[in-house]
Ligand binder design. Sequence first.
Ligand code: ADP
Length: 355
Amino acid sequence: MSRISLELVNLYKYYGRILALEDINLKVEKGELLTILGPSGSGKSTLLKIIGGFEEPTRGEVYINGELMNGVPPYRRPTSMVFQDLALFPHLNVFNNIAYGLKIRKKPLNEIRSKVREVAELLHIEELLDRKVTQLSGGQQQRVALARSLIIEPEILLLDEPLGPLDVKLRKEMQLELRRIQRKLNSTWVYVTHDHEEAIVMSDRVAILNSGNIIDVGTIREIYERPKNRFVAEFLGETNIIECIVDSVEDNVFTAFCGDLKIEGEASRKLEKGEKIQVMIRPEKIKIIHHPPPANKNTASGKIVEIIYKGAYSDLKIEVDDSKIFTVKTFEPIYQVGEKVFIKWDSRDVTVISG
Ligand code: ADP
């Protein structure tokens, strides 16, 4: 049996003249949690709706378990969708909200009862089954919506920013809870979010969507550490991007001049002497030192021009080379604005990105 649960082939979606999705190709394995991450308007919801059958693609194919889904209505697909606004039935109690999918499939009552109990236990809402959904907190409603989708045991669960309305603390708890449930069920989930921190916590793999195009796909670690381009690098969190000119390349190690700085790194692609490149160094990979380092590459001297307090850590803005500002993350609350420091980083943490 194929390990591929979902396959999208050359998918396009036009709304009138608006091109919402352009040539999307994507495979999701069974048991995988794939996050679709992108800014507002990038096409995330459209993509999810096409997988669930709520929208038809203008061109291209959707396969689930190897079967062509084009033209198949949502209720005949092996998918279930958790909508952003949850769409619970306000006139029904929690039990009947959860049971809905089995009732319309005309399952016997004893099977419905035992399945509702099972899924309610999984989500820790077994005490709430008699309540009206209007009497629940946001987090509890969220659990009911999830239970209602999970009860029909979909091949693929589709989630459209399901934690959006929750406050930060609850959202973080629910992220871990969702991940626990997904691992336990070993089911395939496609999860839409615009929040990169959520994607980092939740995903096995992530697909980055921008203006209707998938511009990068991989494990969250691959994408965070080796982003394809500047947009992806910046979308996944604060970073330092420096313009350089390649000076030498030898055995996959390059050196480059970046203003007054000399940077050495691993060449992840073929580079030519004289080529203009951009390199990325994440703020947490840069160390602050108080004495001039012996080497003259992968280091700089500078002055702290701003300290942004973030609770457990601070972001320091360090001006080097007259105008370049580096962001450096530190857990040590010992620095002062105006202080002169040295910074250094490892060549392994230098990533070449394209523009
Ligand atoms: P996201 O979920 O990433 O915010 P959407 O998939 O909702 O993005 O939208 C992608 C693009 O398609 C946007 O430009 C949006 O305005 C447009 N769009 C979405 N739905 C419709 C629709 N029903 N009619 C016309 N344009 C739409």
